[in-house]
Design a protein around this ligand. Structure first.
Ligand code: PLP
Length: 382
């Protein structure tokens, strides 16, 4: 019999049946009154739940497009931008901004660590930055940035727009747009929302919207806030075709989040991450991110000496769980395990069980049940 394969990579994450059902619905015209009403309700919920008086955008595209959308609407050629990078995805902003003709300054940390808050404040006071980018959770390192604390710093610099990449965080890590001083926050549908890939979701606060107006006409066409604002305020209007079925799928995801309670969802992710990470450590694996700055959405798991990455991940896939490999200098040295979105305790226990079987098959000296005991205790709050 074929083993069911759990999708435990950091996106796409497992898509629950009720969300799949929305994608399987008969596609209607984007002008259908039922769809228009559903879209309106979704936008209102997203705005309220992430707490901004500004604007929310739901546009077909991926997280990378949202990165570009954030930068395109808040900066112009020749501006200075500060990129705070905790890994591969933080670095992705560098070339993106250089191509736009921005003057890029970078603050980065060794992988697994964070850039010090003092260094960010010092850098921001050295010259006028139009924007700063921070990746909430860098998926390459599993490091969670101090979004709230950095927000307090950026508030002191009125010319600087605070752009937060929430692609591996939003709907799992605590994020309140206006309260945290975030000017632009964005994510993709396939990460902690647990929807299939294909939608970018972006929140822009009042300060970012004012910046967009001040820029006048921008070179970008599809991702221009000004083009989308009329549609987001009245989805019966047309600019470019909405991804009808994905919008429904996202609406179902939001319904699930509301049913759980967004605060409960944040707490569940914290508890699940601690349990998973403790179980992995009990089996003899390491975690790349330093303890105080670990993400709740994924774990970047270091192999003990002598374990072959290719063999390990192939064995784990055969045992029923797909995980992702390490990036850059960590290729071959670690695997990345997603645990965000609509993942329940059965999935977590099965995943740890599959990792245990794999560890034994790959020659690690562990006792079966050593990780399972710890995850069970974590889930039960013992
Ligand atoms: C996945 C990811 C992206 C890129 O998103 P795509 O949907 O693959 O374009 C950007 N930033 C972070 C932090 C991510 O995890």
């Amino acid at each position: 019999m074929k083993t069911n394969k759990l999708v435990m990579i950091p996106g796409p994450t497992p898509v629950v049946r009720s969300i799949q059902d929305q994608m399987g619905r008969e596609t209607v015209a984007f002008g259908d009154p039922i769809f228009i009403n559903d879209f309106k309700e979704l936008l209102a919920d997203l705005k309220e739940m992430w707490r901004t008086t500004g604007q929310v955008f739901v546009v077909a595209g991926t997280g990378t497009m949202a990165m570009e959308m954030a930068v395109a609407n808040t900066t112009k050629r020749g501006d200075n931008i500060l990129i705070v990078s905790h890994g591969f995805f933080g670095d992705r902003f560098i070339n993106l901004c250089e191509r736009k003709g921005l003057n890029v300054d970078i603050l980065s940390s060794p992988w697994g660590k964070t850039v010090a808050l003092e260094d960010i404040e010092k850098k921001l006071s050295e010259k006028k930055y139009s924007a700063i980018t921070v990746t909430h959770v860098d998926t390459a390192t599993g490091v969670c940035a101090q979004i709230k604390e950095i927000g307090e710093i950026v508030k002191k610099f009125e010319d600087t727009i605070y752009i937060v990449d929430g692609v591996c965080a939003t709907a799992a890590e605590y994020e309140y747009v206006d309260e945290m001083g975030i000017d632009v926050l964005f994510t993709g549908s396939q990460k902690a929302f647990g929807v299939a890939p294909g939608l970018a979701i972006l929140w822009a606060g009042e300060k970012a919207l004012a910046r967009r107006v001040a820029l006048g006409t921008i070179p970008e066409f599809y991702i221009d806030f000004e083009k989308w604002i009329p549609i987001m305020n009245d989805p019966s209007k047309y600019y470019a075709t909405p991804a009808v079925n994905l919008v429904w799928a996202l609406k179902e995801s939001v319904r699930i989040i509301k049913e759980e309670g967004i605060e409960n969802r944040y707490e569940r992710h914290t508890k699940q991450a601690k349990a998973v990470q403790a179980a992995l450590e009990a089996m003899g694996f390491g975690i790349l991110a330093e303890k105080e700055h670990r993400a709740v959405t994924l774990s970047n798991v270091l192999y003990p000496e002598g374990v072959d990455d290719v063999k390990f991940r192939a064995t784990l896939a055969a045992e029923g769980a797909m995980v992702a490999g390490g990036l850059a200098a960590y290729a071959g040295k670690m695997f990345r395990l997603g645990h965000m979105g609509n993942i329940d305790k059965h999935t977590l226990v099965s995943t740890i069980a599959a990792i245990e079987r794999t560890a034994v098959k790959c020659g690690m000296n562990i006792e079966l049940g050593s990780g399972l005991k710890v995850i069970q205790e974590g889930i039960m709050g013992l």
